[in-house]
Design a protein around this ligand. Structure first.
Ligand SMILES: Cc1cc2nc3c(=O)[nH]c(=O)nc-3n(C[C@H](O)[C@H](O)[C@H](O)COP(=O)(O)OP(=O)(O)OC[C@H]3O[C@@H](n4cnc5c(N)ncnc54)[C@H](O)[C@@H]3O)c2cc1C
Length: 353
């Protein structure tokens, strides 16, 4: 008889999703997670009455009209959760007192940027045109009626045929390269700092398109409640999670994964193994680099390493009700005695703080 057991490594979003869909399809599943709680990167913690949460700023697919929403419902995230669609994605406050507002609505964004820096009309128009191109992307969903699904597939096909070259151009353009087209140094810096300079411009265009379509809402409660909801959905379906268990090795027999060995030396067997830990650890440590082809190895050896991200959360004992929800390079005195020393920081005064 076929062994229908699956061991999943990691209880982040990917591992929990794998567990939920495996349970929904009748597999016996166990997740082994090295941390003491679920969620992986999508987490938060409490300290002295503050919730420190640096992860979810927006969740793509938060609109019930989007093709992805059904999946968020299935994995237990969307059910009963309220999403807030922001009118402003981000404010950038410059040292010279000017403020750029990155509006979610593309028309408003265009008007504001044009007023902010008329000399940059050309790159602003390019940016807005790029965002408008992405507005039409609506992923077909299995829950759509057949006719609607066909319409969406046709529309996607048409966009790919007519705008394919333009899309490739944006895909191959980094944020750092694009911002050099702007003359206003504040606008240039704001766009550069908003995400990572090495990101593809495509990411920026899509994010603004999702925001415009009110399909990238902020989930009330923030990151950890979403992860806990997902873990609950998984265990409600009968799935098992073992916490504080670090997987060291994937056991292989005749080129097939047959189980895992934990850091405590114990071994656990299953019909299949899914690793939802990071790729490098999985391929080069758990599998000792024995099952990797040239194509898979190349990104790890040749691609530039992503800059490390350091997150520092600061709880401030005052109301931010009148402040923008997200602002970048906010100015504030670093200590009362310092007067106006400028600190560059991202301030998030979202409902979870
Ligand atoms: C600062 C920040 C902001 C973000 N903002 C957003 C946002 O606004 N919107 C959005 O959609 N996404 C956002 N993301 C991205 C999103 O959080 C991640 O894409 C997602 O959480 C990744 O899930 P994952 O399951 O693939 O990986 P992870 O969350 O990394 O999960 C991997 C899990 O595997 C476990 N693990 C690893 N090795 C082992 C081992 N040897 N044994 C056992 N367990 C192991 C880890 O402990 C972890 O729990 C953000 C990420 C960060 C860092």
């Amino acid at each position: 008889m076929k062994d229908n057991s699956i061991i999943i490594i990691g209880a982040g979003f990917a591992g929990l999703s794998a567990g939920i869909y495996a349970r929904m399809n009748g597999y016996n599943t166990q997740i082994f997670e090295m941390h003491d709680s679920p969620g992986g990167l999508c987490t938060a913690w409490k300290r002295k009455g503050y919730t420190i949460d640096g992860c979810i700023h927006w969740l793509v697919g938060s609109s019930p009209r989007s093709g992805m929403y059904r999946y968020w419902e299935e994995v237990g995230i969307a059910r009963g959760r309220e999403f807030i669609n922001m009118d402003e994605y981000m404010r950038y406050e410059s040292a010279d007192g000017r403020t750029i507002i990155f509006y979610a609505n593309v028309d408003r964004l265009e008007k504001h940027l044009m007023e902010f820096s008329p000399q940059d009309a050309k790159p602003i128009r390019d940016l807005i045109q790029g965002i408008r191109m992405c507005l039409g992307f609506d992923q077909p969903s299995e829950s759509d009626p057949l006719l609607k699904r066909l319409q969406k597939i046709l529309k996607l096909g048409l966009i790919l045929v007519t705008r394919g070259r333009e899309m490739r151009k944006w895909m191959n353009l980094s944020v750092a390269e694009f911002v050099m087209r702007f003359k206003d140094p504040v606008l240039r810096e704001a766009l550069r700092e908003m995400w990572f300079p090495e990101f593809s411009m495509f990411f920026m265009l899509f994010t603004f398109a999702y925001l415009h379509n009110r399909n990238a809402g902020y989930p009330i409660g923030g990151s950890l409640p979403m992860s806990l909801a997902m873990a609950r959905r998984y265990t409600d379906l009968g799935g098992i999670i073992h916490y504080d268990r670090r997987v060291e090795k994937i056991l292989v027999k005749e080129d097939k994964a047959v189980g895992i060995r934990l850091a405590d030396g114990s071994e656990h067997r299953s019909g299949q193994v899914i690793s939802a830990a990071d790729g490098h650890t999985t391929i080069f440590k758990m599998l000792e680099g024995k099952y990797v082809d040239k194509k898979t190895r190349e990104p790890y050896e040749k691609w530039p390493v992503f800059q490390p991200l350091l997150f520092v959360g600061v709880g401030v004992n005052r109301s931010f009700a009148d402040e923008a929800q997200n602002s970048l390079r906010h100015e504030f005195p670093s200590t009362p005695a310092d007067g106006n020393r400028v600190c560059s920081a991202e301030q998030n005064t979202g409902p979870h703080f």
